[in-house]
Design a protein around this ligand. Structure first.
Ligand code: UT7
Length: 348
């Protein structure tokens, strides 16, 4: 017999059986950098880059376009597009691997910037699958009753870590922020997550936060240094096989078949990986496949909400469509969900 007062039960709080994406917002940095400009510093051609990765342009943040600034813009736009009283937002999650400090984390400041100082606010780091992890947490927080309306931001300033003379990585990445509002719903519109990791391949993508140590050692601001290193073909092979399988399991977990979805929104890492996965899944030609990578590059944790926003804004997908989303990358890690898409966001 346990030795405690069992006449007292602790209230669990009331959750919602269903959750939904209520709004979406994006921030893309002003400066657009073309393949031609990238090729000024590496031995490559725009044609090679486009053919191997599907990228033509990427946005690169200027000094004032910090992680906090981009997150706050995207989050405010998502809340506005959700059409809810902003006072209802009671938690905010920032998914990023490129925020400049370990402490403090970014989310409390972003919450303050959107007029919600005081709410629960935290960051998560899961590389390019960060947004999927954040969305899973938000959805389960609402299902469990810890929160009601949660803003999830995927944001990266990848340009901070890029060595512009490294031809393995200089052309791939871009900066930006995408955000969604997740809230309770009578019908369930966000599936349970399918997620996982492979720590045995953790060295395949590394971004070392050595900036602080460098400054301490040299007592000066560093010249751009190669913090980001990626074994592209290793990640490519893992993605083409394992992530294609995880995508199929995501559909299964959602109880949805390939011919029932209208949109496929994979992490925008490489156009060829996306086509290979669509083929593996047997997606019918009617399914719109996100191709935001062409104009946005690979924005890591920001890529899925940014791609979703583009598809809605450009009319490749519409409110209520079923979309299969899957993020994958550093860790290695991945996270997939089937969601019903929110309304088209208002023009910025
Ligand atoms: O977001 C996180 C997850 N990341 C990913 O999923 C990235 C997955 N990987 C990729 O997207 C691709 O591996 C890349 C786009 C990064 C590279 O494409 P690839 O087809 O895998 O190229 P590779 O690294 O196998 O290199 C093929 C050839 C090599 O030459 P040799 O050895 O065949 O003579 C490279 O030296 O292309 C050469 N190469 C280049 N040539 C022109 C490598 N980089 C370049 C370049 N321009 N920038």
């Amino acid at each position: 017999m346990a030795d405690f007062n069992d006449t007292v039960t602790i209230a669990a709080g009331e959750g919602s059986p269903g959750t939904a994406l209520l709004g979406i917002g994006a921030y893309r940095p002003r400066r657009v950098v073309s393949n031609e400009e990238i090729c000024e510093k590496i031995d490559s051609t725009s044609e090679w880059i486009y053919e191997r990765s599907g990228i033509l342009n990427r946005h690169v943040a200027e000094k004032d376009e910090s992680v906090i600034f981009m997150s706050s813009e995207a989050a405010a736009r998502a809340v506005a597009s959700a059409g809810i009283d902003p006072e209802l937002v009671d938690a905010l999650i920032v998914c990023t691997s490129t925020y400049e400090t370990y402490v403090p984390h970014a989310a409390p400041k972003v919450a303050d910037n959107i007029g919600r100082n005081g709410i629960a606010a935290f960051d998560i780091t899961a590389g390019c699958s960060g947004f999927g992890y954040g969305l899973a947490l938000a959805s389960n927080m609402i299902r469990g009753g810890g929160s009601r309306y949660v803003v999830v931001v995927g944001v990266e300033r990848m340009s901070e870590g890029i060595d512009w003379t490294d031809r393995n990585t200089a052309f791939i990445f871009g900066d930006g922020a995408g955000a969604v509002v997740v809230g309770p719903s009578e019908t369930n519109e966000i599936s349970q997550v399918v997620w996982g990791s492979d720590g045995q391949q953790s060295e395949a993508i590394t971004l070392t936060k050595t900036l602080r140590e460098y400054i301490d050692e040299t007592q000066e601001a560093p010249a751009p240094a190669p913090f980001l290193v990626m074994d592209g073909s290793k990640v490519f092979r893992w993605a083409a096989v394992q992530i294609a399988k995880a995508s199929a399991r995501t559909l299964e977990a959602a109880g949805v078949t390939a011919d029932q979805i209208q949109a496929f929104i994979p992490h925008q890492a490489n156009g060829r990986i996306n086509s290979a996965m669509a083929k593996h899944l047997g997606l019918p030609d009617t399914v719109a496949i996100a191709n935001d990578i062409e104009q946005t590059g690979n924005t890591s944790a920001a890529s899925i909400p940014l791609a979703m926003e583009t598809m809605l804004r450009e009319g490749q997908a519409k409110q209520g469509d079923l979309a299969l989303c899957i993020g994958f990358g550093a860790g290695l890690s991945y996270a997939g969900q089937v969601v019903r898409l929110p309304a088209k966001p208002p023009a910025n």
